[in-house]
Ligand binder design. Sequence first.
Ligand code: HEC
Ligand code: HEC
Ligand code: HEC
Ligand code: HEC
Ligand code: HEC
Length: 314
Amino acid sequence: MHSAPRSTLPTLAAVLGLVFACTLAAPLPAAADTDIPTKFSNRGSVGNTRHNLSQRQVSGGGPTGQTMDSYRNDYEEVCVYCHTPHGANRSVAAPLWNRTMKVNTYQTYDLLGSASITQPVTPPGINSLTCLSCHDGTTAVDSIINMPGSGRYNPAQETVENTAFLNAEWDNRRGPDATAHMTLTATGCLACHASGAGPLGANATDFTAFAIGTDLRNDHPVGIRFPAAAGVGTDFKDPPRKEARLAYFDTNGNGRADAGEVRLYNTGEGYEVECASCHDPHGVPSAGPGSVFNPTFLRVSNAGSGVCLSCHTK
Ligand code: HEC
Ligand code: HEC
Ligand code: HEC
Ligand code: HEC
Ligand code: HEC
């Protein structure tokens, strides 16, 4: 449901620069025009999903991360690209957040001017900004504050991406050191992960649809307030549980906001739809513990438009 902005096409010079850098770095497999099924098992743990940026699957198989070693630090741990037990980001109210959070301006859905939008829209809240810290393409996927091991901590990284810190403090032990710290953009990871060969021609899965950018006009609105008057007779279902900061569709009735339940976040502006309303970045089993995760990190299966019908009465 998201499509990539066209404005992020690389300049010819940038592409040629990358091709040149890459030729020097390592020989790559021949270009192919096919999309490659994921090598992750997508079950059991976030470590077995595409959110494992170290790239080694927690259990068995998985892609070999060496291909990426020149382009991101391999911290050899799964959680650390997003969380840290100590030295977390104090500038944002996200769980033990380890990522650099730049202050960006987003083009929100309401700017499209659709006549049917009735609810107030505010800039994306923190439960979207966490995702956007990688998916908007402005911050390197490995730009973190506190690296594994002691002493590799730089509080200035909370809001500023410091390439010197990322280079100096980390050596990839399982392959070459990173010479670039790539973002999810056409000149970054998509230089290989594009349709067809891609400028870097590496026979890699097409990630174009996942590079959301800062233009959110073509995405389901986030930072949009859920109607207070929802329920029977309206276009919206009323979430049965409403806590101070979270409202959720408690489908199993256990009084807890489970990973597999669509939710709304209240960060001071009322209950709002954010990226994490529909997605859980750790993966949610589709049919009980151990089963394969719902596709695309969705909280509920979207078969039969299940995600949409959690909120919308249509
Ligand atoms: C790609 C980024 C990413 C990775 C990797 C990741 N998380 Fe998270 N995690 C998040 C985000 C984003 C949230 C906040 C979700 C929200 O807004 O509700 C979160 C929330 C949490 C929470 C609190 C809320 C909840 O969902 O339970 C815990 C606990 C947690 N993560 C643990 C972990 C552990 C342990 C690992 C590694 C095994 C891990 N995470 C890996 C992104 C990540
Ligand atoms: C640390 C960086 C990072 C963070 C934070 C992050 N992602 Fe991702 N995400 C990636 C990468 C890298 C991929 C794989 C390549 C791609 O899709 O561009 C990915 C893939 C995905 C996919 C496609 C999965 C598939 O199997 O096809 C979805 C959906 C997604 N992310 C949603 C989210 C959401 C929602 C959040 C926040 C709750 C989030 N991501 C946070 C880096 C991140
Ligand atoms: C030099 C080319 C190249 C670059 C640059 C590159 N990758 Fe890859 N990547 C590959 C190849 C080749 C594979 C293995 C084939 C495949 O699964 O697409 C791969 C696999 C992956 C996978 C696993 C796909 C799956 O589901 O099995 C993820 C996730 C990924 N890369 C993320 C990234 C991220 C994030 C970046 C940017 C920091 C990046 N890659 C940059 C070439 C590249
Ligand atoms: C209202 C629910 C909802 C919200 C909010 C939402 N998504 Fe999604 N997202 C979905 C659904 C449903 C899919 C699966 C679409 C499909 O399978 O074609 C999806 C797919 C994706 C994908 C995979 C690419 C694609 O187009 O299939 C990414 C990446 C992603 N979402 C990231 C995000 C991020 C980042 C945010 C916040 C800016 C976000 N999503 C907000 C429902 C949502
Ligand atoms: C977490 C709750 C939630 C989920 C899940 C959800 N939506 Fe929405 N959606 C909203 C809210 C709130 C609005 C804003 C309504 C308004 O302004 O009147 C909205 C608006 C819309 C609009 C109207 C846009 C416009 O310009 O008027 C469409 C179309 C839409 N959603 C489609 C979907 C689809 C398709 C899905 C499933 C992929 C989905 N929604 C999932 C809450 C949700």
